[in-house]
Design a binder for this molecule. Structure first.
Ligand SMILES: Cc1cc2nc3c(=O)[nH]c(=O)nc-3n(C[C@H](O)[C@H](O)[C@H](O)COP(=O)(O)OP(=O)(O)OC[C@H]3O[C@@H](n4cnc5c(N)ncnc54)[C@H](O)[C@@H]3O)c2cc1C
Length: 409
């Protein structure tokens, strides 16, 4: 029989959120194991960017800095952006006529809130690699990778964790950071409230003309938003990403197009301010589902990140709220460990759930509002939206509040 290894905390999933939790526990007296099924490919400075990337808020940046991962990301690559432009191009002729002469764009600027950047675009793998470097240097953490969860058993305030390799671990607390389809969530019977959006996202990686961009923009159309994300220059070549939201059938058709044909469609359909596209390097499509777990905690267990919630990515907040989850959870766990409390006790875990569930619900509602308000072509709604974006641009205090909320400040 395999020997059992004892830990205080086992984190299932060493993606960005699970690895951030481990990094926040680094160099403490809490014994931690991280189980990750897939080792990320090593960083290659000459390779073009990955298709999977996220916009990280200053609030997330603060935690990356706190654990010592930000300088590691900087030593690989990242792209700050200081501007964000949001507008609607009304398709309705009546609305177009009524609006002629009115500005219908909101331009958010970092300097309006005395910051140098609104956020940074970072490839998910780069963020994950930086966090793995941090946790690999911590004597109190074992990164078990590649390793996969097989089963969980809660008994006498301890969780038995069996891995596919046959290894057995024991922990006081198991955290499910294993993504949207979380196996931990299923094994411990936590249900989710879920809704499939009638919209999928297609991400395309672009090689573009000109210098590195520092603006991200989003145009709302009745079929879904179209956005641009800037990416870091590599060996003097500029890159960016286009995100195209549309109904699932249309996204499937776009995904099936050869890259050259897709490029023609993209340039034809996207706003003129899309930088000149030299070539589309890759594209991938993603179904979009809103999920929210009925609870984040059970005795001996907690859920974080996408395992607890997934939201529409139109405002780039998914991983940011996951990182805030583990910021709060780590603080509660470190405090509990210092005062000799069991990490898996509901007394400790309820504090985490209380603080994060309400906040995440607010963000889910905000994304729902944007999705439902902007993805239609009803003339009065279009008029109000378009005027609203113009008014928002001229209403200083409201605009600053929106910027600060999106930045997590
Ligand atoms: C198109 C798109 C664009 C997005 N853009 C943004 C953005 O700009 N900004 C933003 O904040 N968010 C964005 N998001 C959301 C963001 O990608 C997710 O919120 C984030 O990746 C969640 O991180 P996570 O660590 O919780 O989960 P995941 O990234 O899913 O990581 C889970 C990890 O667990 C591992 N794992 C799974 N099962 C097991 C198992 N049984 N045993 C061991 N390991 C396991 C996996 O290998 C993986 O590494 C976007 C999402 C999409 C779809």
């Amino acid at each position: 029989m395999a020997a059992t290894t004892d830990y205080d905390l086992v984190i299932v999933g060493g993606g960005m959120v699970g690895s951030m939790l481990a990094a926040l526990m680094a160099h403490s007296r809490v014994r931690v194991a991280v189980i990750e099924s897939t080792a990320p490919a090593p960083f290659d400075a000459d390779s073009h960017p990955d298709l999977r990337m996220s916009a990280f808020s200053p609030a997330s940046q603060k935690l990356f800095r706190q654990v010592g991962a930000w300088s590691l990301i900087e030593s690989m690559r990242l792209c700050p952006y200081a501007h964000m432009r949001v507008w609607e191009e009304p398709e309705n002729l009546l609305v177009k006529k009524l609006l002629s002469g009115h500005g219908n764009e909101t331009h958010f600027r970092a300097d309006e809130v005395k910051q140098s950047a609104l956020g940074h675009i970072i490839e998910n793998r780069v963020a994950q690699l930086a966090l793995h470097q941090v946790i690999e240097q911590a004597a109190n953490i074992d990164l078990l990778m590649p390793e996969e969860l097989s089963s969980l058993e809660y008994k006498n305030e301890q969780v038995g964790v069996r891995l596919k390799s046959g290894a057995e671990l024991k922990a006081n607390l198991v955290v499910g950071a294993d993504g949207a389809m979380s196996q931990v969530r299923k094994l411990i019977n936590i249900g989710v409230r879920s809704f499939d959006y009638n919209q999928h996202a297609l991400m395309a990686l672009l090689q573009i003309d000109g210098p590195q961009q520092d603006v991200t923009w989003q145009r709302f159309t009745p079929t879904g938003p179209q956005s641009f994300l800037p990416l870091p220059d590599i060996n003097g070549q500029s890159y960016g990403a286009a995100v195209w939201y549309h109904n699932p059938d249309e996204i499937q058709k776009l995904q099936q197009l050869p890259l050259d044909d897709f490029q023609d469609r993209l340039v034809e359909t996207f706003p003129e301010r899309l930088p000149m596209v030299q070539r589309v390097i890759a594209k991938g499509s993603f179904p979009l589902t809103r999920r929210h777990a009925h609870t984040y905690t059970k005795p001996g267990f907690a859920l974080v990140g996408d395992a607890a919630h997934t939201i529409h990515p139109l405002a780039g907040q998914g991983v940011n709220i996951g990182i805030q989850d583990v910021g709060v959870l780590a603080e509660k766990l470190l405090k509990a460990h210092d005062s000799g409390e069991a990490l898996g006790s509901m007394k400790v875990l309820t504090q985490y759930q209380k603080k994060r569930m309400q906040e995440n619900r607010k963000m889910i509602c905000a994304m729902e509002f944007f999705y439902r308000t902007f993805s239609n072509d009803i003339a009065p709604a279009s008029l109000v939206r378009t005027l609203g974006l113009g008014i928002a641009d001229r209403t200083g205090p409201v605009k600053k509040q929106v910027i600060r909320y999106a930045m997590g400040l």
